[in-house]
Design a protein around this ligand. Structure first.
Ligand code: PLZ
Length: 447
């Protein structure tokens, strides 16, 4: 660096430390200000305000240090304030903050598209468009699929989450809190049954047959532009489809010239130990959607797909003021480099090898833990009423609240609000993970 602005991240000891009541006085004061001016429809999971973070630790405004098992919903995959990301973004901020790619293009946008072409599944010519958010990537994926096929229909799966814009609300499964009172929604969106082994007990082949029957009988392939599926559902509760399900669905899409779109916004970018979760299921989607973890916390998203599909829209049909912003693009390039140079794909397997056995052990101790599932650094437990499949959201709310009080950020998920999901940074140490598991154990014991 040639000038005096420091781009080095402030190191924060990687330890849990609670020094005030939760929330502390500074958080309480900020909460009062917030209530006066921030729309109350915006809710927060924890009662504390964040001040800074590094690695797997987040520090609040009262100096409490939390083990972050949420990572901003799977965004800080390579760790908070990663030094390489901070350096790349800071440098770019000073050289070219914004130009607008559709006015004067710049190299970093092209570089991100090259990296996406290289790291998304499938060995075929690919192209990308860059956007600002996950929902915007979903919207653009649908636009491009419609333009390519000349068809309108969009099929999604039960329990899916695709965003909060009008089209993506229509594509999202859960009414409360995402859709209630916000309609009318975009038309031509169809919700098909998917694969949820813990609840439906179906094999991949049987679940796929059920989905395909719905697609053929209730929509008709000739009216369908695309099927959009999360390879592992995120907000839906880290639902891993049964073996063979996704491959059968993709095969049907290919046979019927329907674009198969993998929404990898939560499951992608190294979270499961591969760049994209699709790779675990042997599928090569026609289009892959990326956001969240791609740029270490800076807002950027992408649609990447087969070149012939991506080139369907007319010139000028795709874009956006901030889309593919140079600072976010520089951060994304640094994230790809960090994943390679630090061997971060392997870290996901390390995290799974600690969390999964630990959760199975807790499930033996606390039988309300009905299911342990997930891949890599995307692990969840589903909590039920003892001896049944009936959801137990009250226990999940109590456990996550207990964890917050004891310095662990735990996120819930699931259509029934009865899933606890772990999506820590790949940089989290074994010791911090084990310590967090200890707090979760105490939380279940306290019920
Ligand atoms: N597709 C699979 O997980 C975002 C939403 C949190 P945006 N999930 C977290 C909330 O309460 O808003 C998500 C996702 C999948 C699309 C999206 C949407 O991504 O960047 O939030 O628009």
């Amino acid at each position: 660096m040639t000038d005096t602005i420091s781009t080095v991240s402030l190191a924060i000891a990687q330890e849990r430390k609670i020094v005030t009541a939760i929330p502390g006085p500074n958080s309480i004061a900020l909460q009062k200000r917030r209530e006066a001016v921030v729309a109350s429809g915006v809710a927060s999971a924890l009662p504390v305000f964040a001040e800074r973070a590094h690695g797997a630790i987040l520090v609040d405004v009262d100096g409490n240090q939390f083990i972050d098992l949420g990572a901003g919903i799977g965004v800080m995959t390579i760790g908070h304030t990663d030094a390489a990301v901070v350096a790349a973004a800071s440098q770019q901020l000073r050289e070219l903050t914004h130009a607008m790619f559709t006015i004067t293009p710049y190299e970093s946008y092209v570089r991100v598209a090259e990296l996406l072409a290289e790291h998304t599944p499938g060995d075929f010519a690919k192209k990308s468009v860059l956007l600002n958010s996950g929902a915007e990537a979903v919207e653009n994926g649908v636009k491009i699929a419609r333009s390519y096929t000349g068809r309108a229909g969009v099929a999604v799966l039960d329990h899916a989450y695709h965003g909060r814009t009008n089209l993506t609300m229509a594509m999202t499964f859960k009414a409360m809190p995402y859709k209630t009172s916000f309609g009318p929604f975009a038309p031509s969106v169809f919700h098909a049954p998917g694969s949820y082994p813990f609840r439906d007990g179906l094999s991949g082949a049987d679940a796929a047959a059920r989905t395909i029957t719905y697609l053929e009988k209730s929509i008709g392939a000739s009216d369908l532009a695309c099927v959009v599926a999360e390879p592992i559902q995120g907000e839906g509760g880290f639902v891993v489809p049964a073996d063979g399900y996704l491959a059968a669905l993709q095969e049907w899409c290919t046979a019927n010239e329907v674009v198969f779109i993998a929404d990898e916004i939560q499951s992608g970018m190294a979270r499961t130990g591969r760049y994209y979760a699709s790779e675990h299921f042997g599928v090569e989607p026609d289009m892959v959607l990326t956001a969240k973890g791609i740029a270490g916390g800076l807002p950027i998203a992408a649609v990447t797909g087969r070149a012939e599909i991506m080139d369907a829209p007319h010139k000028g049909g795709l874009g956006g003021t901030f889309a593919g912003n140079p600072v976010a693009a520089a951060a994304a390039i640094a994230v790809f480099a960090e994943i390679e140079s630090r061997g971060l794909l392997a870290e996901a397997a390390r995290i799974e090898s600690i969390l999964k056995p630990a959760m199975h052990a807790l499930a033996l101790k606390y039988p309300i833990i009905g299911d342990v599932r997930g891949i890599g650094a995307m692990i969840a437990i589903e909590v039920v009423q003892h001896g049944s499949l009936d959801p137990n959201p009250a226990a999940v709310a109590a456990v996550t609240a207990f964890a917050a009080q004891h310095g662990v950020i735990l996120l819930s998920a699931g259509t029934y609000g009865n899933v606890i999901r772990f999506l820590p940074s790949l940089a989290i140490s074994d010791d911090l993970l084990r310590e967090a598991v200890g707090v979760i154990d105490e939380a279940f014991a306290s019920l």
